[in-house]
Ligand binder design. Structure first.
Ligand code: FES
Ligand SMILES: [Fe+2]
Length: 359
């Protein structure tokens, strides 16, 4: 008799030492969302963000290429920028060393009096970056394989599902702090075993749960389902594009997901771990040129008031439970046929988590 696969030990979700280990390994060696490309419209536009405990910033250089640097001056380590803005050059607020938009040192007051300094070799530390459907992703591992290798077919499929992707800009950007470990939130996102009981609107007005499934595609978990009977849909989905009557999502391990709602409505989830028991989840909603769009606004509102709100209570309760002395990890419900009532995607996720953490 084979024995069941049990959920991960609670310490993976509660121990600050494991979180510290993740910042050095798992989170620093995977593709992480930085910003949307539209946040960097012109040369010199920049925006800063934190990943794996590191402050970084993305900036568009004079050749219109997006570069991402560690947010630290190469003189005596002052932080270079904060927030977002636009600059002709990157100037450190401490002693006014300045850098070109491509990271090379441009000038440093009085440095020419110092013999033997090779100014040409001084430049900001750059991070690996990829644009993926207009979204900027970074990987702190210089040896990281390209995203297409991690997430086979995802880019091509998304282009088919969101044919107007290059015109989309964020319309709504909802920030949801959750008192739980990031992995609790990501696991909750990656199974729909809890949907029928906890997400009545999603399960009856958006998707058809009996057709829901999630399957791995490299390090992507691909969610697929048909949409609800047209009469039961909560909005008009006739977009004129292929796939308008389907729902699909591409969860890119470990912390980002592209979702396409029926009607080819792109929306995203991304998670930023704060510490071992706090995570911030961002929901992004997009429209052509970022223009006002009633359907998108309504969907974002409906989602915020139902699915998002419902999930907060679930994940926070789980986090409290993981701290209970009375908890012993139970068996995952893995249906060999897959489907909505199976936790096989959680099994895949937990394998990836354990491999990365215990490595
Ligand atoms: S630390 Fe940046 S100029 Fe001195
Ligand atoms: Fe949920």
């Amino acid at each position: 008799m084979t024995s069941p696969i049990h959920s991960l030990d609670a310490r993976y979700y509660t121990d600050p030492a494991i979180y510290a280990k993740e910042c050095k390994g798992l989170l620093a060696k995977t593709w992480q969302f930085g910003c949307h490309g539209s946040a960097l419209p012109l040369p010199g536009s920049y925006t800063s963000f934190d990943i794996a405990g590191e402050s970084l910033f993305a900036i568009r250089d004079r050749d219109h290429r997006i570069r991402v640097f560690y947010n630290v001056c190469q003189h005596r380590a002052h932080q270079l920028v904060s927030g977002s803005g636009r600059v002709p050059a990157i100037v450190c607020p401490y002693h006014a060393w300045s850098y070109h938009l491509d990271g090379r040192l441009r000038s440093a007051p009085n440095l020419d009096v110092v013999a033997g300094v090779d100014t040409a070799s001084i430049c900001l530390s750059e991070v690996k970056v990829e644009e993926f459907l207009g979204f900027v992703f970074v990987n702190l591992d210089p040896e990281a394989a390209p995203m297409d290798q991690w997430f086979p077919h995802a880019r091509q499929e998304l282009m088919e599902w969101v044919p107007n992707w290059d015109r989309l800009k964020p319309l709504e950007w909802v920030e949801i702090p959750e008192d739980c470990n990031w992995k609790v939130s990501v696991e909750n996102y990656s199974e729909c075993y809890h949907c029928a009981l906890n997400h009545p609107t999603f399960a009856s007005g958006v998707v058809k749960p009996e057709t829901y499934d999630i399957q791995p595609q490299g390090k992507c978990l691909r969610h697929t389902t048909e949409c609800q009977n047209l009469a039961d849909m909560t909005y008009d989905i006739q977009s004129g594009f292929d796939h308008f009557d389907q729902y699909s999502s591409w969860f890119l391990w470990p912390m980002f997901s592209f979702q396409v709602y029926p009607g080819n409505v792109l929306n995203t989830y991304h998670w930023r771990a704060v510490d071992a028991d706090h995570v911030v989840v961002w929901r992004g909603w997009y429209s052509v040129d970022g223009a006002e769009n009633d359907t998108v606004r309504k969907l974002a509102k409906q989602d915020r008031e139902t699915t998002v709100e419902e999930d907060i209570h679930l994940v926070e309760s789980v986090q409290r439970g993981l701290c209970s002395r009375g908890y012993r990890p139970g068996p995952l419900v893995i249906d060999p046929e897959g489907g909505v009532n199976s936790e096989h995607p959680v099994m895949h996720l937990q394998r990836w988590m354990k491999e990365a953490i215990d490595a």
